[in-house]
Design a binder for this molecule. Structure first.
Ligand code: ADP
Ligand code: GLC
Length: 493
């Protein structure tokens, strides 16, 4: 039996230090779930200005030189608030100490030096992983996530002695693609300029670094693992992914019920659980008041929270709205993203103030309140690698209405007659990415809503589902063990 691994978890966002989406939730909750089962875990993250402000006490533990920045890079050690997982912040102020988001400026435009920023991050990780950072701790496994860490497995593959690498793909739509001159500007090793390395149709793909060179690949649901091996979801990488299928696993994300559970959520007005369902109505009332919607208790309230990008299928909702709003329902929407989607939603809210409330922006508190106050939760995603909000919605008794794709397909059971009878129905699922299919499914949901006994059964069944990490964190542990054992058996290059 190999020893428990030392794990370095490399990621570009982590709740509660910095978050744009589900990746941050996964970084927080997966490392917390793994902590008791590995020897030691360290989470490594860029020292963004916003993360520094949230991090509490930090201690510099190393100073290292990597290609790129003029000044040395410091490693600052702290704890992730809440989980107590040790975090190392890669402090390269020129690249990370700025206002704005982790990937884009305050206006939403990508930082023009993103390639350089995440190359510095990757190089610092490689130094740590190879024991060259002056830190007396070395990982057995480096677990990388998404394109921002894609250079790590590629650069490590060139090292004679290295830890095992696992790469998790959270979203194939984001690939870290840059023009060819970036390759020279970053002085990347010439060996990596090849179609079977970082080159992708004449450009540099950071993502390919992970997809090609990691010892093991995972993605965040079994269905998405299959989908990305097809042209419809593969962005031209489906052949590569199919080629690596033996080493590619789909592991469904978990939810952290320490943060997302209506029984003890500090951000909601009224706690409730499967046996006190009637108390949920208090949260609905508070939400309607907060959002300026009429306080009608029996009007079905639909919630939606998310990044307003094409992936999320908001256009389907917008197209279905005229027919949908003929029903006496209300919609509470929280999100930010592409300006034209934001504007279209705001316009709809202006036209229908008694039915639609739109909050453009980012609010952790409102997100919890929508989960607690809404009756149904909409996720009409065109694709969804996993999705976390449907998992949270299930726990909050907020019946999810989702498209059958990725992790949505793997976590929500449609309320058809058979499932309703068997007591396994947890939500509503539709197949076609069309306004008509969304509308038809919403109307099915609205019809059931008018039958409270049935509706409560679906709510309660959803609330009793267990999507906590305890089962799926094991799948990662097995993978670490496998990759670690394989590495140990490989002679130094
Ligand atoms: P994705 O990672 O594609 O954005 P997920 O469903 O996996 O989608 O995760 C989204 C996470 O981000 C959830 O925790 C959700 O509540 C949160 N979130 C997204 N947009 C906002 C927002 N505008 N305000 C607050 N939380 C948000
Ligand atoms: C991505 C995906 C989302 C997934 C999240 C965490 O942002 O879009 O579906 O839940 O990563 O893995």
């Amino acid at each position: 039996m190999p020893k428990l691994p030392n794990l370095l978890f490399a990621v570009s966002e982590a709740h509660p230090l910095i978050k744009t989406g589900g990746l941050a939730d996964v970084a927080y909750s997966l490392t917390a779930a793994l902590k008791p089962h590995v020897h030691e875990v360290r989470l490594v993250l860029p020292a963004y200005r916003a993360a520094l402000a949230q991090a509490g006490h930090l201690e510099p533990i190393a100073t290292l030189h990597v290609a790129g920045p003029d000044a040395p890079v410091r490693i600052l050690e702290g704890d992730i608030p809440g989980s107590g997982v040790k975090v190392w912040l890669v402090d390269a102020p020129f690249y990370f100490d700025r206002d704005g988001g982790p990937y884009s400026d305050t206006h939403g435009a990508d930082w023009p030096d993103n390639a350089a920023r995440f190359a510095v991050f990757a190089r610092a990780i490689v130094e740590i992983a190879c024991g060259r950072a002056g830190i007396s701790w070395r990982p057995d496994v480096v677990h990388c996530n998404d394109w921002q860490t894609g250079l790590v497995p590629a650069l490590l593959a060139l090292e004679p002695v290295r830890p095992a690498t696992v790469f998790t793909l959270h979203n194939l739509a984001y690939q870290g693609l840059f023009d060819v001159d970036v390759f020279q500007a970053l002085a990347l090793p010439a060996a990596l300029w090849a179609p079977e390395a970082l080159e992708f149709h004449g450009r540099v793909s950071f993502l390919k670094g992970g997809l090609i060179f990691a010892d093991r690949l995972t993605t965040v649901s079994p269905t998405y693992a299959k989908e990305i091996q097809t042209p419809a979801f593969g962005y031209g990488l489906e052949g590569l992914l199919a080629h690596r299928a033996r080493h590619l696993t789909g592991i469904l994300n978990g939810a952290d019920y320490g943060v997302w559970d209506p029984a003890h959520d500090p951000l909601i007005a009224q706690h409730y659980g499967p046996h006190t369902l009637h108390l949920k109505a208090v949260n609905k009332d508070v939400l309607q008041r907060q959002l300026g919607l009429p306080q009608i208790s029996d009007a079905p309230l639909l919630g939606l929270i998310g990044r307003l990008v094409e992936q999320k299928g908001i256009d389907l909702l917008l197209a279905a709205l005229p027919a949908l709003l003929k029903h006496p329902l209300q919609i509470a929407l929280l999100g930010s993203g592409e300006k034209h989607i934001e504007q279209a939603l705001l316009n709809a809210a202006v036209r229908h103030p008694r039915q639609i409330a739109v909050h453009i922006g980012y609010s952790e508190e409102l997100a919890h309140r929508i989960e607690a106050g809404a009756d149904m939760f909409l996720m009409p995603s065109r694709f969804e690698p996993c999705g976390l909000n449907q998992l949270y919605s299930l726990r909050y008794g907020t019946v999810p209405i989702v498209r059958r794709t990725g992790g949505l397909a793997d976590s929500v059971t449609d309320t058809n007659a058979a499932h309703l009878k068997a007591g396994t129905a947890t939500g509503f699922v539709f197949d076609d990415a069309t306004p008509a299919a969304l509308l038809h499914t919403l109307e099915r949901a609205l019809a059931l809503f008018r039958q409270p006994a049935h509706w409560r059964k679906v709510m309660a069944c959803g609330m009793q589902q267990d999507f906590s990490w305890h089962r799926n964190a094991r799948a990662y542990l097995e993978l670490y063990r496998e990759a670690q054992a394989e590495r140990a058996a490989t002679p130094a290059a």
